[in-house]
Ligand binder design. Structure first.
Ligand code: 5GP
Length: 191
């Protein structure tokens, strides 16, 4: 999506450790018009796919996921980050390794909000090694629901998450795929 690529070129910062900082439109301040346009694009890409729910992880996936949910006219559910790994039986849970914080956390979704009838689109702001998405995929599987596809704003194509998920047969649509980024801020997108 050219609009998003241009925005990344203009506003993103490359931080040490392969982190792309996009605080000014996605991760701290949110450009709501851009979120709307991104939601529109995902709705176009998945227009023939039946969807009953959108699932993301708090907090930075929520803005993108809200827009996608609005376009499909379905509820948005977000997995909550849980400090301890002791979770009760009213929730589906998964352990996730955080790439940006270098620590493991547990994510939970109440059993009230996903059922075996659900056809789910997973949404996140970034895809790096795929840990966050694999956590969501486990939760959907535990609920007996179906993953219809994956919507990512920015995929870092030089990390393996996207490749592995596609090899497992998931449809992954990323609006911008960064193939290379350097510390002096140069960003190369997949054509
Ligand atoms: P993964 O689980 O695929 O390794 O990493 C994806 C998660 O880590 C996303 O939910 C996102 O919040 C965070 N993340 C991974 N890489 C980046 C990055 O380069 N920049 C930002 N802002 N977040 C990232």
């Amino acid at each position: 999506m050219e609009l998003l690529e241009n925005r990344i070129r203009e506003d993103a910062e490359v931080l040490p450790g392969n982190i792309l900082k996009v605080s000014n439109f996605l991760n701290h301040q949110i450009d709501v018009k851009l979120m709307d346009q991104m939601g529109e694009e995902f709705a176009r890409l998945y227009k023939d796919t039946p969807v009953t729910k959108i699932l993301t992880i708090e907090s930075s996936g929520i803005a993108v996921a809200y827009s996608v949910a609005q376009k499909f006219g379905v509820p948005l559910v977000f997995a909550k980050k849980h400090k301890s790994s002791n979770v009760n039986e009213d929730v589906y849970s998964a352990k996730v390794w955080s790439f940006t914080h270098n620590q493991e956390y547990t994510v939970v979704v109440s059993k009230k909000y996903i059922s075996s009838c659900d056809k789910i689109l997973l949404v996140d702001d970034f895809l790096a090694n795929g840990a966050a998405l694999n956590g969501l995929i486990k939760i959907v599987g535990d609920a007996g629901a179906k993953v219809q596809g994956i919507c990512i704003a920015i995929e870092k194509g030089f990390q393996n998450g996207g490749k592995e998920l596609r090899e497992k047969g998931f449809r992954v649509e990323s609006l911008a795929i960064v193939d290379k980024m350097t510390d002096d801020g140069k960003i190369q997108f997949r054509a």
